[in-house]
Write a protein that binds this ligand. Structure first.
Ligand SMILES: CC(C)(COP(=O)(O)OP(=O)(O)OC[C@H]1O[C@@H](n2cnc3c(N)ncnc32)[C@H](O)[C@@H]1OP(=O)(O)O)[C@@H](O)C(=O)NCCC(=O)NCCS
Length: 226
């Protein structure tokens, strides 16, 4: 898909156009992201400013009738293993991907990924990575696009005195923890799920984007043709 071409018209609306993020898109970018996350395991992951990156980035939005309805941000490595996991080839991390709930299943995320992939490949990026929590339908989207899961760990939310007791020690007099968020990389995931109410599996997905035959490590999955 060319940047600027349309995708997925919704019931008579203008098709969404994919174009580069502009600073004036920030307010709508933030609104689209928060609305897209409301029915996901990231429902309380709210940003008030768009993230900026230390490395070259590919930042695209899909716009329909003057409104941002989708977004994707990739941060591109200039040296392997600096943003993504240490695997062969330069990687790019998808830090943000979201489609407004009223504009889903119209191919908007696919179009954003296609354009971002084309731009990333043009910069010598061999593979994409993305972390996502355990929303089955989101994982289904990644897998339908050719990504494969490569590793995971747990996101654990500790809420209230009962869950914090014995798990978080406070060493500052007068400071009383009420909530905590932790990564769990230990050997007892089931124990975490039994002990704490809100536990998510956070999964790393990977997608190879260079042509077969190029020098990549064994087993790197490549994207199907769009
Ligand atoms: C995941 C997400 C980006 C997909 O956007 P989208 O524009 O709806 O996706 P596309 O139209 O390109 O692809 C649709 C395909 O994805 C899969 N899919 C997407 N939503 C699905 C759902 N609710 N149930 C089942 N499959 C689903 C299906 O394979 C679907 O194809 P189909 O409609 O032909 O069955 C979007 O649902 C979203 O914003 N989710 C919330 C934000 C999020 O979790 N982002 C990732 C966190 S890192």
């Amino acid at each position: 898909m060319e940047a600027g071409s349309g995708v997925g018209p919704k019931s008579g609306a203008e098709p969404a156009l994919v174009h580069e993020y502009r600073p004036e898109d920030e307010g709508q970018w933030l609104r689209c992201r928060v609305l897209a996350f409301l029915d996901t395991a990231y429902f309380d992951n709210v940003l008030r400013e768009k993230e900026r990156y230390g490395n070259p980035a590919i930042e695209l939005v899909a716009e329909s009738e003057g409104t941002v309805v989708g977004l994707i941000d990739l941060e591109c490595e200039t040296a392997p293993g600096t943003v993504c996991s240490a695997r062969p080839g330069l990687g790019a991390m998808i830090w943000h991907l979201a489609v407004h709930p009223d504009h889903r299943r119209l191919g908007i995320a696919g179009a954003l990924l296609t354009e971002a992939t084309k731009r990333a490949a043009g910069r010598g990026i061999a593979r994409l990575e993305a972390w996502t929590r355990d929303d089955a339908w989101v994982q289904k989207w990644y897998e339908a696009e050719g990504f494969r899961p490569v590793e995971s760990y747990l996101h654990v939310f500790l809420d209230g005195g009962r869950e914090l007791k014995g798990a978080v020690r406070n060493e500052i007099p007068g400071l009383l923890p009420v909530q905590a968020f932790a990564h769990y990389v230990g050997e007892d995931p089931e124990g975490m799920r039994t002990r704490f109410k809100r536990v998510h599996q956070c999964v790393l997905y990977e997608l190879g984007i260079i042509e077969p035959g190029d020098a990549l490590g064994p087993g790197l999955h490549r994207r199907k043709s769009p």
